[in-house]
Design a protein around this ligand. Structure first.
Ligand code: M7G
Length: 369
């Protein structure tokens, strides 16, 4: 039976964030309003790397509430109080442009720190080229699985959650059944403030399920239980309509202990791209139709530059360098310029290839994460 969460204390970090020293910017995403930084805490170690990610918080509707004229002071923090500092940039006719600084409560920036960070973390948070791999069951057995067994992120944080050593006070719901149970709690990426961009994780209690590839029909009870119980718990806690939730599993995940990502469909959460996300409903349905679907399917996934697994796949088939197509073998449709004459097509290709890279501020950079 599901049980309520226990209380625990929050650990304080070993580092002082204000003493962070920047080495370089790993990525700067102007759309997500987030920046990932590589640096160190020289007062602790000159050699250990640290990653700091800053992300501006989304607006809460309550933050823009205005008080009625009869009220003396607002009960909750709001932009529209006497604390608001307003610098006028320009006023032109009916149009005004300002820089405003709201009260301290509303200026928070969500910060994530990874310390000490490994090369794999640095790779994950850096801007890089990405490639799609079509992983057959044979490739999985011969290439991906042996690689995963020798190199993957530590699952210490997952076990700390499952064993109630960390983040216990953040647990939203727990079903302790060792076969079909799970813990539901806020993802590291969620600031926990704004239900609009709610982001929870459902982490299964059962060990040994690394990813989609390990799922078969014997896990249907677990997946169905997670789907229903998480929806109920989210409705009870946050009042969100279960039919407005997106529940999905990443392939490849970063952490190889089965977990489900949950966020509202109206919010474009990071990592919802089709090349990485498999809807829980589809996963359940595939297993209902074919008990060993995930042992038989070819699963596409993304690999990024710098990842050693990319090198291993490159040995099997060209990934980065696509073999040149000779004139006579040239396909009828190339780069969407099928109606063009060959010279015109070549011209357009050259033009595209020589188009200068947009400036950083204009180009929403994507971190590998
Ligand atoms: P994933 O699909 O394995 O990889 O998801 P992704 O990072 O490429 O999406 C793992 C999820 O766990 C991510 O959404 C992370 O933000 C989240 N996460 C990672 N860590 C280290 C923690 C943590 O310590 N606590 C919590 N609550 N979530 C974490």
């Amino acid at each position: 039976m599901p049980e309520p969460a226990e209380k625990s204390t929050v650990n304080s970090p070993t580092y002082d964030l204000s003493k962070f020293r920047l080495k370089r910017i790993l990525s700067n995403n102007s759309v997500r309003k987030s920046i990932s930084l590589l640096g160190s805490f020289p007062d602790l170690s000159e050699t250990d790397d640290a990653i700091v990610v800053f992300e501006k918080n989304a607006y809460r509707e309550s933050d823009v509430a205005t008080q009625s004229l009869s009220e003396e002071s607002p009960k909750k923090p709001s932009y529209f109080t006497a604390d608001l500092k307003v610098d006028t940039e320009f006023v032109n006719n009916i149009y005004g442009s300002f820089q405003v600084v709201p009260s301290r409560d509303l200026c928070g920036v969500k910060s994530t720190v990874i310390y000490p960070a490994t090369d794999k973390h640095i790779e994950k948070y850096s801007i890089c080229q990405k490639y799609l791999i079509r992983e057959t069951p044979d490739f999985y057995e011969r290439i991906t699985l042996p690689y995963l067994s020798s190199s993957q992120f530590s699952l210490e944080w997952v076990y700390n959650i499952l064993e109630h050593k960390q983040e216990t006070e953040r647990i939203v719901f727990e079903d302790k059944d060792p076969e079909t149970g799970f813990i539901l709690l806020p993802d590291l990426k969620w600031d926990g403030r704004n239900v609009e961009n709610l982001y929870l994780l459902g982490i299964v209690h059962k060990h040994g399920l690394k990813s989609l590839r390990d799922l078969n029909a014997s896990h249907l009870d677990l997946l169905r239980n997670l789907r229903q119980s998480a929806k109920d718990a989210i409705f009870n806690r946050y009042g969100l309509n279960p039919n407005q939730l997106r529940m999905y599993i990443h392939y490849q995940p970063s952490f190889y202990h089965l977990h489900v990502h949950i966020n509202p469909v109206r919010n474009d959460a990071p990592g919802i791209w089709c090349e990485k996300s498999h809807m829980l409903d589809t996963v359940i349905n595939n297993l209902e139709l074919l008990p060993d679907y995930y042992q038989r399917a070819t699963l596409p996934f993304v690999l990024y530059e710098g990842n050693k697994l990319l090198e291993l796949y490159e040995k099997e088939q060209p990934v980065r360098m696509v073999p040149a197509v000779s004139e006579s073998e040239e396909p009828a449709v190339v780069d969407g310029f099928s109606d063009d004459e060959p010279e015109e097509r070549q011209c357009k290709r050259i033009k595209l290839a020589t188009t200068p890279e947009p400036k950083e501020v204009e180009a929403p950079a994507q971190a590998c994460a």
